[in-house]
Design a protein around this ligand. Structure first.
Ligand code: TYD
Length: 153
């Protein structure tokens, strides 16, 4: 099983969309294995968005990510990284495919509801950035027999 990071951005909390967005991942069949609320800092955002540091929009992106707390979630499932990223849709929500989270709840490249890890390698790095091993919860998922076939991986 893969694990991936989802960050519900400050605007998602402010707009009262936390429950709706989390429910999309639950209904798809993904398993929530860690979750916490956190006020992000400039230091952690400089690392998290290091690949965008030289972009002109970086100061607005960083301010937007600190405007309120975020909700950090770790979702688990077969091919969870790709599945979750596809559920989020294109970065610019105005280009996101209908039915994706960004298309259904937003109209902006910055205020686009969620962050999702973009590769298995980055998911591991990002999860380590925000979670410690004790944050992950072990529990049985009896519904898995209705979500996956026995031979799926
Ligand atoms: P990026 O990592 O390119 O996309 P994604 O979030 O889909 O993985 O960009 C990170 C965030 O930076 C993005 O969610 C919002 C912000 N951003 C802008 O505000 N304007 C832009 O033109 C881009 C590309 C990103």
């Amino acid at each position: 099983m893969e694990r991936t990071l989802v960050i519900l951005k400050p605007g998602t909390l402010q707009r009262g969309l936390v429950g709706e967005v989390i429910s999309r991942f639950e209904k798809r069949g993904l398993k929530l294995v860690a979750m916490k609320m956190k006020q992000l800092t400039p230091e952690i955002l400089d690392v998290h968005y290091a690949h965008l540091k030289n972009k002109p929009f970086f100061p607005w992106l960083r301010d937007g990510m600190m405007a309120a707390p975020v909700i950090l979630c770790c979702w688990e499932g077969f091919e969870a990284v790709r599945v979750v990223r596809e559920m989020a849709g294109a970065t610019n929500a105005r280009n996101a495919a209908p039915g994706t989270i960004r298309a259904d709840y937003s109209l902006s490249a910055q205020e686009n509801v969620v962050h999702t890890s973009d590769s298995v390698e980055n998911a591991a790095i990002e999860l380590d950035r925000f979670f410690v091993p004790e944050d992950y919860c072990e529990y049985s998922s009896p519904l898995n027999q209705y979500i996956y076939a026995p031979d799926e991986k």
